[in-house]
Design a binder for this molecule. Structure first.
Ligand code: SLL
Length: 266
């Protein structure tokens, strides 16, 4: 670490890094997901919980360890996963029930940040806002695979200078990070081009991909735009409903007045 004295916090600056956390579950099925030997009879699903970079880019330059606290019914239910450069923090298990997983993030020591906690509900069964969404999860191309993934942004407020250095020491194409060990250009290595490929993101950046590229990469500006469009459409619908309700009320009020007038005459 840099000399303590010169390692000050950078005031009024905050920097963020996107990441994804969540679970993916698959029901045991003789064809698509056969149950491995030795798994208890009552286990119905295999599942995975993870914390990873957008587009699977490396995040181990700011995150060094993840602790997953599982349900107490699971043997050895507090699990620690240490960083392997270029790899997601992931844990695979089998079981029969859904529960809340406590995910504790430990940052690299240069950050001087205290660990933080996230909570994630393990989903084994299809879910969704509508019946179609549930149906899609059951019978869609991914057949029976239940994903519950969240996009999030880690914010570092007033980072230490040395940590800021690490965070900004050069965005690079994800391909140049292959095989683990990222970070900086090696001597003699040729200049890496700083551009997006296929709407993807540069490693060690805060970029969000432009487009969707399949079920493994669901978070992008395109998804965001889709959600915004959905909200806009919903808003139009709500306005339309409000207008109609108002109209009906006006009609009823009018009718009521008429009836009252008739009553007064009689
Ligand atoms: C439920 N409240 O009743 C939840 C608890 C616990 C899930 C779910 C055990 C796996 C194992 C397992 O799946 N526990 O024995 O390794 O639905």
């Amino acid at each position: 670490m840099a000399d303590k004295k010169s390692n000050k916090r950078i005031k009024s600056l905050s920097i963020h890094r996107p990441f994804i956390y969540g679970t993916t579950a698959r029901p045991f099925d003789p064809l698509r997901n056969p149950k491995p030997p030795g798994i208890p009879d009552d286990h119905t699903h295999s599942w995975e919980v993870f914390v990873k970079g957008v587009d699977d880019t490396d995040i181990t330059y700011w995150l060094r360890r993840v602790q997953f606290k599982l349900h107490e019914s699971i043997p050895n239910h507090v699990r620690i996963v240490d960083a392997v450069p270029g790899k997601p923090f992931s844990l695979k298990e089998t079981g029969w029930g859904e529960f809340e997983i406590t995910i504790r993030l430990y940052y690299v020591s240069e950050s001087n940040e205290k660990p933080q906690t996230l909570y994630h509900h393990l989903r084994l069964h299809p879910y969704g806002r509508t019946e179609e969404e549930k149906e899609e999860m059951k019978n869609g191309p991914d057949g029976g695979v239940v994903k519950s993934w969240n996009y999030d942004e880690q914010i570092f407020n007033e980072p230490y200078e040395s940590f800021y250095e690490i965070l900004t020491s050069g965005a690079m194409p994800a391909s140049s990070m292959k095989g683990g060990k990222g970070g900086g250009k090696q001597k003699g290595e040729k200049e890496v081009k700083m551009e997006r490929s296929e709407g993807g993101v540069l490693a060690r950046s805060a970029m969000i991909p432009l487009t969707n590229r399949g079920p493994e990469y669901p978070f992008s500006r395109e998804t965001e735009q889709c959600e915004i469009e959905k909200l806009k459409k919903a808003l139009v619908k709500v306005e339309e409903m409000t207008r109609r309700t108002k109209e009906e009320m006006e009609k009823k009020e009018k009718r009521l007045k008429e009836l009252k007038a008739e009553g007064a005459k009689a």
